[in-house]
Every structure is written in structure tokens, then in C-alpha cells.
Design a protein around this ligand. Structure first.
Ligand code: SAM
Length: 755
């Protein structure tokens, strides 16, 4: 191995020396801020070489290298890379206060205010008197405030959940539609024959006369009479649209819905007005013929130029009921459609509300060193993984105790590529069928690049041949890779069952069927992901362009962006809740002698394998900073996922809200982040009854004069009042409740509900 050049620790300019010299230099101080810009790239390269070499360094030395590289990146405007390096520095040594400043600045420039806030706070914990961090925090707050105030003014009133939901038919709807038509005909005698008037006599004058009488009868409140006149009018002229509509409405109002539908159906399609489509749709919902109901409500929406919001909402209610009904059958919750779009509501009063299993998941990059089954997410941590270097320090007797109580852990690597780990042969085979047959580097050479990226925290060689951050997402690129691979495997299965299209490839319908489960996830994102990571799209395109089994998946820029944000908006971090360590501890509890031998076990440092997953029902949970439920790890039999538990009593019919963000964060920060990441301004009670700053009265909005600051709420310190009167008023209106409501911390080491 050739010796890399070193960093000179004093004047900041790189100079030549040995590897050992490099290490020493790295522990000295290179004043990145003073370096000319042209030297920064060179410095980055040398630091990279040093970090990648086998030179032994202490954590503090490594932290310094990462921090210096972060500072170089920050100066060059590579904010993502700067943030990653600053975080790596802190991971190595949490006392690297300057890394919190560099990381915080990078995060703020990326608009990742929450990350910036956490970094500065971590810095202040280490150095409470740091003027630099206090100033950075102040700047961050005022930046967020300005940004959120101007965005709020412009955009707050425009939110409409309907805008985010499509009314496209679902794959397989054509078959279901036919089935429902057969039911309508057999059970209710409703078919297109109703609008076939050929050969029927038309006495329009008589029809008009009878309708006039019908109208007069309605004004006198004689509905039966009105119906009789309508019947005569329709008998005289069966094609009379007004008569049909009139009678349909009368029947609908008296809950004779089948008769109402017959008249709606008898009006020829081209003559049906939005209100006819709407009424027919409502009846079809009541008869629970959902696909036909969707058809009619879609027509109501389209023919009204989207003005018929009632039809739009009802359409979505039908859709969520038919798609999510089967998924929530066993739970006391249901998915409904509310002003926030899809929402989960309680069907009854219970503590554990629901459990959910991921449709797709991948281990987080940060926890990739903890062995876990990449199919069922089970932790495969062994005693030596857990004890690390300390294992060798254990006495022979202690090692015996550990060996006796630590459960047997089987690690099965993919026999073809040795890059995927499973807990058993069954999981390995299932993983192969579900996605790995597409992604295994033994059959898909390009996929090797994805595994390399995974193993280097998203770093790799970019198009210019330089070592750079290729994947800058908050989650593993394998979330997307496995999602596309799962669709490919599924479409291949469907094609095998149904036969391929003319070109030997899956048909459009077969593709739609395979993609259908992923259509449920909402996607929102503003930042152009491909600009931030210009090299990743080409890698995904290569991986999915020449797949084994001869079926490829074209990853267009739009496909990438859509899926990227689907994942960003819906991922939830979780980990298998039953781990070898827990089983070890349970077993150990029963062995008093063993327990006494291992008293120094440090439970706070248990390495855990974290996964980020997309859960179909969990993804329908909306946010409130005054959340009534919390998400934690859960399992259904041997399958791991999440569970949602009530935080307080939830009444039947109440919507279930989780929180997407730590509710203890300042109001302004929460709201700005929620808006940026999820496109809504939170209107919850906590947001209504907390304030943003001491210079503004939380109750009446009065501004403090000069340098004055209003007194704060002595309990929560999150509201400020210009007078006792305002404080009392605010307390009674709502502050009393949120002031004493326990905060929820988003339970994950990294926050995966982020864009
Ligand atoms: C994970 S999804 C939750 C389910 C979503 N309502 C749907 O229809 O798929 C997150 C999205 O729900 C909506 N949402 C969640 N909480 C909200 C709230 N408190 N106010 C308004 N919209 C909210 C936003 O559109 C957000 O981007």
C-alpha cells in the first residue's frame, strides 16, 4: 500500500510525510476556514485516504478527521457531504463541539431545520457557554420564522386533501365492475335496458302536464301524489329526463334508493348531469357496490369540473373502505377519508389499536453493522457482536455463562453473493423469491454497486471518477431497490400465471396489478432529489435495465422522484422487538450466579438493527403535536413490524393521530418542518396554544416594545403573555390541556418520517 501524503497540522497546507505523520497531523488542528479554496479538494482527498487506510486512530482522532472534512465540504457548498461527515465525527466523539456547528450550518442550508436544531442543542450540551452555537441557534430560529411566516401567508389556505388523491381505476376493477353489473341486474333489475326507449310512444305534452301537477303537489307537501304524477309523466314519455330526475329525487329523499337508482340509470349516459351521477353514486355506496359507486362518483367529479367536492370525498371514502377494510378487519380501527386525506379512526375503545407489517423495508445504513435478517428483520446479534472488544476481557467462567445463556443464532448468507444475511434457509428462499433474484450481484452485476454504496454509507465513485456521496437520502437506497425488485418479481409471477403479452413481456394491466399495493402511499416532496444526488439515478437505471428473467423496469426520472418521496413521506423506523440480547437477559435472570458474574452489562449500549419500512395502514395515520397514540415496535406471530398504542382514552369514532416529530420541539420549528416535509401547516391544539417567541403575546399577538420580553408560562415555557388576563384566557381556551400533556418523542434513533 502506498503512503498517502499528510496534512500539516499547523499551517493548513498539505505536505508530505508518512502515514503515522498523517495521524499525528490529523490530531493537530488544520484551520480549514483559512485555507484557499483550491486546497480544499486536496485536503478532502487526503483525509479520505487517511480515514480509509488501516492506520490505527483513536475515536477522537477519527472525529477530528471527519470534522475537518465536513468543514471543507461546507466551504465548497457540499452540504450533504458536510452533514454526513459532521455526524460521523460526532458518532466517533460526541465531544467534537465544532462538528455540531459545521453539521448544523450544513443542515440549515439544506433546509433540514430539525437536524440543525438537534445538532446545535447537542453542541450546547457539551459546551453550554458557546457563543457561536447560541448565535447559530438564534439565526436558525429567525430564519425559520421568516421563512415560515412568508410561506404561511402564501400557502396555508390552499391545502385540500382531495388534490392529493387520484380517482384512477384500480387494476382488476373492470372484472369487479362486470360482477357488480350482474348483481344489479339479478337482484335489483337494473341494467342498461332501462334507458332503451326504442319503440316506446312519447306523449311529451301529457308528460309536461303531469310534471306540473307533481311540482304543485310537492309545494303542498303531498309527496305520494307527486310520485303518482311523476309515474304518469314517465309513462307518457319514458325518455323525459326531467321526470326521471324529479322522481329519482323524491324516491331518494324517502329512502327508496333502488327506485331512485332505476330512474338515474334510465337517463341515457350522455344526458346524466353531475347531480344524477352524484345521486346514483350515493345509492350504489349504500348498496355497497363499490366499484360501480366509484364509477358514478368519478363521473360526478369530472362532469362538474371538480366542483362537486361531495362526490370527490365520497369517492375516496369508498376507495379507502374497499382497499383498507380487509387490512383492518381484525383491529378496532378503520381507515376513513377526512379533511386530512386518509385517516385512521377508532371503531371502539381499546389500548392497542393496530399492528402493521411492512410492505417493503431495508436496514438503516447507520445500523448496518448489527447483523439482522434482511427478510424478517430478526436481530442476529451474537454474544461476540454484543460484547465487542470486552468479550476477550471476560473470564473463562463468564464466557461459559454467556455461551450457556446466549440463544443460538443462525446466520445464513446468500450462497450466491454472500452480501445478504438471513436468519434461516426459509427466509433466504423467501427473500430470493420476493426481491433478491433481481438484486443478487451473482445474476445482476450492476447491483454490486448498490451493495457497495450500502457498505460505504452512500459513498462511491461518481461520474467524474471522484469519491463522493452518491446516495444522500435519509434512508437506505435498498428501500427503493427492494420496492422496484418486489414489483418486478410480482409482475413476473402474474405473467407466469396469466401468460405474457404479445411481445413476451408483461401487459400494462399486469404491471398495474403488480404496482397496485404501492399506489396507496402518498408522495410529497419539493426538493429535486436527482439534483441533490446526480449519480444515483444512473445506477438504479443500470440495475433495473437488464434484469435476470428478461423483464426490466424503466426507472425514469419521474418514477425515481415519485418513489423517492413516497418512501420519504411514509417510512417508519422499527426493529424486531424480540432480540437475542433480550432472550439472553431473560434466561440470565433465572441464574443468580451467572447474573452476579455479569453485573457490568451495559444495557444502554445494546447495538440494535433498525429498519425503515413502508406500512400500508400505518401510512394512513395523520399527525398531531397533541397526538393521542404512539408507534412502537410490534409483531404478529413471527413477523416484525409496528404497533400503535393509545396514549390516552380514545373514543369510538375519534381519529387516531400519531406524531411525525418530537412534540417538545419549539412550535415554529415543528410547523416549518412539517410544512416542508409533508406540505401542511399543523393546526392542532398544541400549535394553537403555544407561542413562537417571547416578544409576541401568545394569546392576543401583541408585540413587546423595544427589548422587552413578555413573561413566559412558568410550567412549559412555551407561551408568552402580555398580561395576566391574556394568560388566563389562553389557559382556559386550551393551554391548560397541552401544557400538561406528556410529550411524545419519535421513537427512533434516526427520524425516518422525513423528507
Ligand atoms: C403519512 S401520510 C398520512 C396519510 C394521508 N392523510 C394520506 O391520505 O395518505 C402524510 C400526509 O397526510 C397529510 N396530513 C397528515 N397529518 C396532517 C395534519 N395534521 N393536517 C393536514 N394534513 C395532514 C399530509 O398531506 C401529509 O403529507
Amino acid at each position: 500500500m502506498s503512503s498517502p501524503q499528510v496534512l500539516n497540522g499547523t499551517n493548513g497546507a498539505p505536505s508530505s510525510s508518512s502515514i503515522n505523520g498523517t495521524t499525528q497531523a490529523a490530531t493537530g488542528e488544520t484551520h480549514v476556514k483559512e485555507l484557499p479554496e483550491e486546497d480544499l479538494t486536496q485536503l478532502i482527498e487526503r483525509l479520505t485516504e487517511l480515514l480509509d487506510s488501516n492506520v490505527s486512530m483513536t475515536s477522537a482522532e477519527k472525529a477530528k478527521c471527519f470534522r475537518q472534512r465536513a468543514e471543507c465540504h461546507l466551504r465548497l457548498g457540499n452540504n450533504n457531504a458536510a452533514l454526513v461527515d459532521a455526524e460521523a465525527a460526532l458518532h466517533e466523539d460526541p465531544r467534537e463541539v465544532e462538528a455540531t456547528v459545521t453539521g448544523g450550518q450544513a443542515a440549515a442550508s439544506l433546509g433540514r431545520f430539525k437536524d440543525a436544531f438537534h445538532l446545535y442543542k447537542a453542541g450546547l450540551q457539551q459546551d453550554p457557554d458557546s457563543k457561536v452555537i447560541t448565535e447559530q441557534l438564534r439565526q436558525l430560529q429567525s430564519h425559520i420564522q421568516q421563512k415560515s411566516e412568508s410561506q404561511q401567508e402564501e400557502e396555508e389556505p390552499t391545502y385540500n386533501a382531495l388534490d392529493f388523491c387520484t380517482q384512477d381505476p384500480y387494476p382488476g376493477d373492470d372484472v369487479q365492475l362486470k360482477l357488480e353489473r350482474e348483481i344489479l341486474e339479478a337482484k335489483y333489475k337494473i341494467s342498461d335496458k332501462l334507458s332503451d326507449f326504442s319503440g316506446k310512444k312519447m306523449n311529451q305534452a301529457e308528460a309536461a302536464k303531469q310534471l306540473k301537477h307533481a311540482y304543485e303537489a310537492v309545494t303542498r307537501g303531498r309527496l305520494d301524489q307527486a310520485l303518482a304524477h311523476c309515474a304518469r309523466a314517465i309513462e307518457a314519455d319514458p325518455s323525459n329526463i326531467f321526470g326521471r330526475k324529479f322522481r329519482a329525487q323524491l324516491n331518494f329523499d324517502r329512502q327508496d334508493i333502488v327506485e331512485a337508482l332505476k330512474d338515474c340509470w334510465a337517463i341515457p349516459k350522455g344526458s346524466r348531469t353531475p347531480d344524477v351521477w352524484n345521486m346514483g353514486g350515493k345509492v350504489l355506496v349504500q348498496l355497497w357496490l363499490p366499484v360501480t359507486a366509484e364509477f358514478w362518483l368519478r363521473k360526478a367529479t369530472v362532469t362538474s369540473g371538480r366542483r362537486d367536492q361531495e362526490a370527490g370525498v365520497l369517492f375516496q371514502k369508498v376507495r379507502v373502505k374497499r382497499l383498507y377494510g380487509p387490512l383492518t378487519e381484525d383491529f378496532p380501527v378503520a381507515v376513513d377519508f377526512t379533511q386530512f386525506g386518509r385517516a385512521v379512526v377508532a371503531k371502539e375503545d381499546v389500548k392497542v389499536l393496530m399492528k402493521d407489517l411492512p410492505l417493503v423495508h431495508a436496514q438503516t445504513l447507520a445500523s448496518r453493522f448489527v447483523p439482522a435478517c434482511c427478510h424478517c428483520t430478526r436481530s442476529l446479534i451474537t454474544a461476540t457482536d454484543y460484547f465487542g472488544d470486552n468479550y476477550n476481557k471476560l473470564t473463562a467462567r463468564q464466557k461459559d455463562v454467556v455461551a450457556h445463556h446466549w440463544p443460538e443464532v443462525t446466520q445464513v448468507w446468500c450462497p450466491r453473493c454472500s452480501r445478504e444475511l438471513y436468519c434461516s434457509k426459509q427466509c433466504q428462499e423467501a427473500g430470493w423469491e420476493d426481491y433478491h433474484r433481481v438484486l443478487c450481484p451473482s445474476v445482476n452485476k450492476a447491483a454490486e454497486k448498490l451493495y457497495d454504496l450500502r457498505d460505504h454509507d452512500g459513498y462511491g465513485t461518481n461520474a467524474q471518477g471522484r469519491w463522493a456521496e452518491i446516495w444522500g437520502g435519509h434512508y437506505s437506497p435498498f428501500v427503493l431497490a427492494k420496492l422496484w425488485a418486489a414489483i418486478l418479481c410480482q409482475v413476473r409471477r402474474i405473467m407466469q400465471e396469466e401468460g405474457p403479452g404479445k411481445d413476451g413481456q408483461p401487459t400494462t394491466v399486469q404491471w398495474a396489478k403488480a404496482k397496485a399495493p404501492y399506489r396507496r402511499f402518498i408522495a410529497f416532496g419539493t426538493a429535486p432529489a436527482t439534483e441533490r444526488m446526480p449519480d444515483i439515478l444512473a445506477i438504479f437505471q443500470e440495475v433495473f435495465s437488464d434484469c435476470p428473467d428478461g423483464v426490466s423496469y424503466p426507472i425514469t426520472e419521474a418514477e425515481f422522484k415519485g418513489r423517492y418521496y413516497q418512501a420519504a413521506c411514509n417510512l417508519q423506523c422499527f426493529s424486531a422487538c424480540i432480540t437475542p440480547f433480550q432472550r439472553f437477559m431473560t434466561s440470565l435472570q433465572e441464574d443468580l450466579e451467572g447474573l452476579s458474574l455479569l453485573v457490568h452489562l451495559d444495557e444502554h449500549k445494546i447495538p440494535e438493527a433498525y429498519f425503515a419500512g413502508m406500512f400500508p395502514v400505518h401510512a394512513c395515520l395523520n399527525h398531531s403535536c397533541e397526538n393521542n397514540a404512539e408507534v412502537s415496535n410490534g409483531h404478529m406471530d413471527d413477523n416484525f413490524g409496528v404497533q400503535v398504542t393509545a396514549k390516552r382514552d380514545i373514543k369510538k369514532g375519534e381519529e387516531i393521530f400519531i406524531t411525525y416529530i418530537d412534540t417538545a420541539l419549539p412550535r415554529m420549528l415543528r410547523r416549518a418542518w412539517l410544512y416542508k416535509s409533508f406540505n401542511f401547516w399543523c393546526q392542532c391544539r398544541r400549535c394553537q396554544f403555544e407561542g413562537d417567541k417571547p416578544t409576541e403575546c401568545t394569546q392576543c399577538g401583541a408585540k413587546a416594545k423595544g427589548d422587552k420580553r413578555f413573561p413566559t408560562c412558568g410550567k412549559c415555557h412555551k407561551a408568552w403573555y402580555c398580561s395576566t388576563k391574556c394568560q388566563k384566557e389562553n389557559w382556559v381556551k386550551g393551554h391548560k390541556i397541552i401544557c400538561s400533556t406528556k410529550h411524545s418523542v419519535v421513537a427512533s434513533p434516526e427520524d425516518y418520517q422525513v423528507c
